[in-house]
Design a binder for this molecule. Structure first.
Ligand code: URA
Length: 254
């Protein structure tokens, strides 16, 4: 069975448990597993819990969360209709950046969440989530608002809401990128209707031949292609930088 083999999100939550697999387990208050609709069409991926999230056990409940709620409303979405998670499930002390070992330890749980939820669109908030999903070194300033494909997922990188709280330009960019999200979701619905209501996808969203785990053309370490606003199909056969070790036969999402 692919991934960790959990049958549903509750089984995964139990599997994560009172995690102490990395040192963050010693300093955090709560594991912040994720929240929302287990069958959501859109999944938002942030960086890591902050102070409020650590205390409450829920992602995006502080100032950045308030802005995220406004943005969701702007795209015609309700918080309970989407799923929200983070690259890390525990707060790094003082809100420092996630360490590579923490990302490596924690992201199998995020991959499993994505596999279980099976959203159409992954919205990556900021550099850490975008780098994890797209395997890119290109920064969010260049990538935000551009549409990519990773495996069967449409990916929309956007600025992290926390970075936009006191930055008018980023805030405006976020609202404009959420309009793009609304359009993308509309396209996917139209595509599904055109194909008889199946789990169809719009032509602009996927490349079924993409091996999960591969970087997208133009987004591999070394530089992204121009931010065209169009889907960048994932037809590059080059391996991801963190490709599976030989002998690991489990398919990877990315
Ligand atoms: N910032 C994040 O990246 N995630 C949260 O849950 C809160 C703030």
């Amino acid at each position: 069975m692919p991934g960790l083999g959990c049958t549903d999100l509750e089984a995964l939550r139990l599997h994560v448990g009172d995690c102490h697999r990395c040192p963050l387990g010693e300093t955090r208050t709560r594991v912040v597993f994720g929240v929302g609709d287990a069958g959501a069409r859109v999944m938002f991926i942030g960086e890591a819990p902050g102070k409020n999230e650590d205390l409450k056990g829920e992602p995006f409940v502080g100032a950045a969360g308030q802005l995220l709620n406004e943005l969701l409303a702007h795209a015609g979405l309700k918080r309970h209709e989407v799923y929200i998670a983070n690259v890390l499930k525990c707060r790094p002390p003082g809100n420092r950046d996630p360490e590579p070992v923490e990302i490596e330890t924690c992201t199998p749980f995020l991959r499993e969440q994505i596999r279980l939820i099976g959203p159409d669109v992954l919205v990556t908030l900021g550099n850490f989530a975008t780098k994890f999903v797209l395997k890119t070194e290109t920064g969010i300033t260049r990538l935000h608002g551009t549409v990519h494909a990773a495996g069967r997922f449409t990916v929309l990188p956007i600025f992290h809401p926390a970075a936009a709280i006191y930055d008018r330009t980023k805030r405006d960019a976020l609202f404009s990128d959420f309009e793009k999200l609304r359009e993308l979701l509309g396209e996917r619905l139209e595509g599904a209707a055109a194909q008889g209501g199946d789990q169809a996808v719009s032509a602009a969203s996927l490349n079924a031949s993409c091996e999960l785990g591969e970087p997208l053309p133009g987004t591999a370490p070394g530089g992204a292609g121009p931010a065209t606003g169009h889907t960048q199909p994932a037809d590059d056969a080059s391996p991801a930088s963190d490709a599976q070790p030989a002998g690991d036969t489990q398919p990877r999402l990315f």
